[in-house]
Ligand binder design. Structure first.
Ligand code: ADP
Ligand code: 5GP
Length: 195
């Protein structure tokens, strides 16, 4: 079928400093675009209460994960926290392309830059950014998920991550949510060439 050939291999990579609104925007986008499919990562951390294997992550032992690294199963992988591995499975991307859908990869800044190197011609990288560090701090505080210490860690990490923003194809400032969502939708639709 011509359309599946046309769209095979495209990949949307979205990243953002924590608290920028990435999860909020990605959830809305996935609801609106039927041919976009969330790419479920593999990881070695324990599932959190409520997380479902195969839906939130593919959970593996460290041994199994390392075996998959040796087998070249990953488009990218990283030790995100000490001893905790995360990666994007090539098989997950292939299954999405085979069903004529486009994978949306939601990963951290370093992972995004790595996967961009793997698929330089067929990837669209999007960096979502809060309007300022003050707004970011305020959103993280209001979300109510952070201790004062973890909030400061996330802000420090955000400052470092912001210095990489210019390496992405598109930067979307998430000030007004609906405006940011519209920009995100337009950018993705234009890149994939499908409405
Ligand atoms: P991330 O996934 O980037 O860490 P979230 O999607 O969890 O960020 O958003 C962080 C907090 O900011 C959440 O409480 C969310 O409801 C809120 N938020 C997201 N976008 C906006 C926006 N445009 N204006 C105000 N609050 C927002
Ligand atoms: P969490 O354990 O909170 O779900 O995720 C921790 C971090 O791992 C987040 O910054 C998230 O973006 C990142 N992450 C999730 N999946 C992947 C992946 O497949 N590859 C990489 N490199 N990072 C990932």
């Amino acid at each position: 079928m011509a359309s599946s050939t046309l769209n095979a291999g495209k990949i949307i990579i979205i990243t953002a400093p924590s608290g920028s609104g990435k999860t909020t925007l990605v959830k809305r986008l996935l609801k609106e675009i039927p041919w976009l499919r969330f790419s479920v990562s593999a990881c070695t951390r324990q599932p959190r209460p409520g997380e479902i294997n195969g839906k939130d992550y593919h959970f593996f032992s460290e041994e199994a994960f390392k075996k998959m690294i040796a087998e070249d199963a990953f488009a990218e992988w990283e030790m995100v926290y000490t001893g905790k591995y995360y990666g994007t499975l090539k098989s997950e991307l292939a299954a999405t392309w085979n069903s004529n859908e486009v994978p949306l990869v939601d990963i951290d800044v370093q992972g995004a830059l790595n996967i961009q190197k793997t698929y330089p011609d067929t990837s669209l990288t999007i960096f979502i950014q809060a309007p300022s560090i003050e707004v970011l701090r305020d959103r993280l505080q209001k979300r109510g998920t952070e201790t004062p210490q973890s909030l400061n860690e996330r802000i420090d990490k955000a400052v470092v991550e912001l210095s990489f923003a210019s390496q992405f194809d598109t930067i979307i400032i998430n000030d007004d949510l609906e405006t940011a969502l519209q920009q995100l939708r337009q950018t993705v639709i234009q890149f994939v060439g499908r409405s």
